[in-house]
Design a protein around this ligand. Structure first.
Ligand code: FUB
Length: 339
């Protein structure tokens, strides 16, 4: 099916609020856009939000998504095409519920869709599915990626041919329950404020892109004095939604601070870190939080993100795109998504 681009729509909603950019599609709800440029074209791998009537809770049970639909555009200003269902939860043998934020990669003629979904024990695991087309349909491997857990995979292909997965999210994303190699559902969502904050996870992908090649590591994010961020640094510490991009040989780890509603960034010299916190990438959007990705297209940088402009309900989101600008010292200009 084809969905019309809505970028020409009025720049404010019924409340008169001004939004920096407009929803990319309006006939379905979409969130968590992971954008990639494949063969000169932009492909967006989002979550597909639906209304299920589940009550809202901190565990995120009301985010009960059941499938993925892929969007494409010839340019960030161009028409958006919705390519229909690319993978359905019923076609993933080990999965039970909640298809959350996916990502994608391409290698040797195959497209890979990476997706977090709860298994039959209600534990988030990462699945992988493949296709010969960037828009699917995708066929899921029969088991989750061994050793994978939590949510929000972001697969980054480095210039030297290595690929890495960044992943994890606290609270409903269950990352705090993986203090050790054994899942512990009794661990509370919030850490004590003076503990070193839980970091996102990092693993090198195997050559066939279907497994981790080596152990999962925890990434260190440091403050400007070289000290690890603490759980109490809620406006800086990692919550969920990591993304990686490389610029001028530096590695930019960007992520959401969740309950303080920011997107922030940290810079490092190696893909596995450590990273030093640098600042705010995007101020809060309408909605509980946002989730983003970053691409370079024709020499400019763009950030894809979501808010709740169309519904004003935290679980019915819409994806958007805007340009991301950098200062001459490599720092990023803070984006104000409203007003
Ligand atoms: O869409 C479900 C979850 O909400 C994602 O996995 C998180 O990043 C947050 O956007």
């Amino acid at each position: 099916t084809a969905a019309d681009s809505a970028q020409q729509a009025p720049a404010s909603d019924s409340t008169g609020k001004k939004f920096l950019s407009q929803p990319l599609v309006r006939d379905i709800f979409t969130a968590d856009p992971s954008a990639h440029v494949f063969n000169g074209k932009i492909y967006i791998y989002p979550s597909h939000d639906i209304e299920t009537g589940m009550p809202e809770n901190d565990n995120g049970d009301h985010f009960a998504m059941r499938d993925y639909r892929i969007l494409s555009m010839d340019s960030p200003e161009g028409k958006v095409t919705d390519h229909g269902v690319a993978l359905d939860v019923k076609d993933v043998p080990w999965a039970k519920r909640q298809m959350w934020a996916p990502d994608a990669a391409f290698k040797d003629g195959t497209y890979f869709l990476y997706f977090p979904v709860k298994d039959k024990q209600d534990i988030f695991r990462m699945g992988v599915a493949t296709s010969k087309s960037p828009t699917g349909p995708f066929k899921a491997d029969p088991q989750p990626i061994p050793g994978s857990y939590s949510i929000d995979p972001a697969v980054f292909a480095d210039t030297d041919g290595n690929a890495y997965m960044y992943f994890g999210g606290i609270w409903g994303g269950q990352l705090q329950r993986w203090r050790t190699a054994k899942y512990d559902s009794t661990i509370a969502p919030n850490q004590p404020a003076n503990e070193v904050a839980i970091g996102p996870r990092f693993a090198r992908m195997s050559k066939d892109m279907r497994k981790f090649d080596g152990p999962v590591q925890e990434i260190k994010i440091l403050d400007e004095n070289g000290k690890p961020l603490l759980a109490g640094d809620t406006k800086k510490r990692f919550f969920e939604g990591a993304w990686m991009h490389k610029y001028n040989n530096k590695y930019y780890l960007t992520y959401s601070t969740g309950d303080t509603h920011l997107l922030v960034y940290a810079i490092g010299d190696k893909p596995q870190g450590p990273f030093t916190y640098k600042g705010v990438l995007m101020n809060p959007v309408q909605g509980w939080t946002t989730h983003h990705s970053i691409i370079e297209f024709n020499g400019k940088w763009y950030i894809f993100y979501h808010d709740t402009q169309l519904s004003n309900k935290t679980w019915l989101r819409n994806v958007k795109v805007t340009e991301m600008k950098r200062n001459t010292d490599g720092t990023i200009e803070t984006i104000n998504p409203e007003g």
